[in-house]
Ligand binder design. Structure first.
Ligand code: GLA
Length: 334
């Protein structure tokens, strides 16, 4: 009955791009469904440093190329994810041959070469790059996360990364992307960081709000405050990794094989409220990407609790729309 369901991206045409994180596996298995509902793709893993550039003199573009070709065939845009991150980045980037820390210049040269190679390959297809991912420390007392980028390059590594990315492709939008972005303490640090980058003249065009949320939080008020604060910087906003976990982060229950009726109802209400809010801020938000196209492909199966299932997306494991899907669609009609 798939073709009786209206297309999600068509319903949001003129308001937001509607995106999904995908892999070669999901586009092979669910390609038609993905092309029906989404007009923006993010490679869930396959453009990350360790996957696309595992060794200094070896790139592996096969998987990323397959996703890019699929996007092109279906007239979709893409978000590039990601250049500078503390995870899924190989150690060689930060090391000399003998394993000692590489110099600042060497790490920046490697980043320059990486950004040029990867960004030019997908030039014109990728409209926004997550240049730096998750640089802010979660603990309230510290500011920047302790990473190898920070320890080898120094505190200006973010500014350098944005300048390097801009040189590599002056036409693409450059984003800072992070999670827990609505938490008031972290939110203010993200704001301070992007403010300081802009003050230094770094080419930052947007903030990516990952939006890994759950049925109970953050509140719509917290989300609103974050959107307002970020938008006040005059940058564009993308919702980059939206999913609504059925569990609070510290909830370890493992007894459910499917969502309870109450969870289903809460999910519907959450998506309704969240999309109503996004719609209210449509002047600032250009794109809303879900972290997965349907529950059949969610990273939350097994994270943070091994072996546990989760149901965070508007489509179920059979790719059928849930009540939450219809509530998202309804927001385009009010
Ligand atoms: C972060 C990253 C994503 C992905 C998720 C978990 O949010 O930005 O690339 O790794 O964690 O899937």
């Amino acid at each position: 009955m798939e073709n009786q369901t209206p297309s999600l991206y068509q319903a949001y045409d003129g308001m937001f791009k509607i995106g999904a994180a995908v892999s070669t596996r999901t586009i092979q298995r669910e390609g038609e469904f993905i092309a029906t509902h989404y007009n923006s793709l993010t490679a869930e893993n396959q453009m990350k440093f360790e996957e696309i550039h595992p060794e200094e003199d070896r790139y592996d573009f096969a998987a990323a190329d397959e996703i890019a070709a699929f996007a092109k065939r279906h007239g979709m845009t893409m978000r590039g994810h990601t250049l500078v991150w503390h995870n899924q980045t190989p150690d060689w980037v930060f090391e000399e041959a003998d394993g000692s820390p590489a110099s600042r210049e060497k790490v920046l040269d490697r980043l320059r070469e990486h950004a040029r190679t990867v960004m030019s390959r997908y030039r014109g297809q990728i409209s926004a790059w997550d240049v730096v991912n998750e640089a802010i420390e979660d603990k309230s007392e510290s500011y920047l996360r302790e990473t190898k980028w920070l320890s080898t390059v120094g505190e200006d590594y973010l500014e350098q990364a944005f300048r390097i990315a801009h040189e590599a492709d002056p036409n693409v939008q450059l984003f800072y992307n992070d999670y827990n972005e609505t938490d008031p303490v972290k939110r203010d640090k993200i704001h301070r960081l992007v403010r300081s980058l802009l003050d230094a003249g770094a080419p930052v065009h947007g903030i990516g709000m990952q939006a890994h949320w759950n049925l109970y939080g953050p509140s719509l008020e917290e989300i609103r405050e974050a959107i307002e604060l970020y938008a006040s910087l005059g940058v564009r906003l993308h919702i980059t990794e939206l999913d609504i976990s059925a569990f609070r982060f510290d909830d370890r229950r493992t007894d459910l094989l499917e969502p309870t009726a109450e969870m289903q109802e809460l999910l519907t209400q959450r998506y309704e409220g969240i999309f109503r809010l996004f719609r209210e801020y449509r002047a600032a938000i250009d794109s809303v990407t879900f972290w997965g196209a349907a529950d059949s492909g969610t990273w939350l199966d097994g994270f943070p609790v091994r072996g546990r299932l989760n149901w965070p997306l508007p489509f179920d494991r059979q790719l059928q729309p849930k009540p939450a899907f219809w509530s998202i669609l309804d927001q385009t009609r009010v």
